[in-house]
Design a protein around this ligand. Structure first.
Ligand code: SF4
Length: 97
């Protein structure tokens, strides 16, 4: 059996982006900057959708989201993430799932 890296497996997935209608939104970005000290979403998202900027802001780009729901429950500022599944026909297409 040939070992395969997780990154290579994730690359097999395909995404249909719903342009202009992200299915996840940060409700109050100021809260991420001023109240959240740990910004877990920037570490725990398996797709790397959250990025910690140098100025304390958190940037969310949902392209490539695996729809795992981790960011929905891990937000330490309690429900600062508005989360829903993408509209039908959009989102991740798992090749092996
Ligand atoms: Fe990342 Fe999962 Fe949240 Fe998508 S649902 S942004 S993959 S943590």
């Amino acid at each position: 059996m040939i070992p395969v890296k997780v990154e290579e497996k994730l690359f097999q997935n395909r995404y249909r982006v719903d342009a202009g209608r992200p299915h996840i939104n940060i409700i109050d970005s100021a809260t991420c900057k001023t109240e959240c000290k740990t910004q877990e979403c920037t570490v725990c998202c398996p797709a790397g959708c959250y990025t910690a900027e140098g100025n304390g802001q958190v940037v969310l780009i949902t392209d490539g989201c695996l729809e795992c729901g981790t960011c929905r429950i891990i937000c330490s500022t309690y429900r600062n993430v508005a989360w829903e599944y993408p509209r039908g026909g959009y989102g991740v297409l798992f090749k092996f799932g």
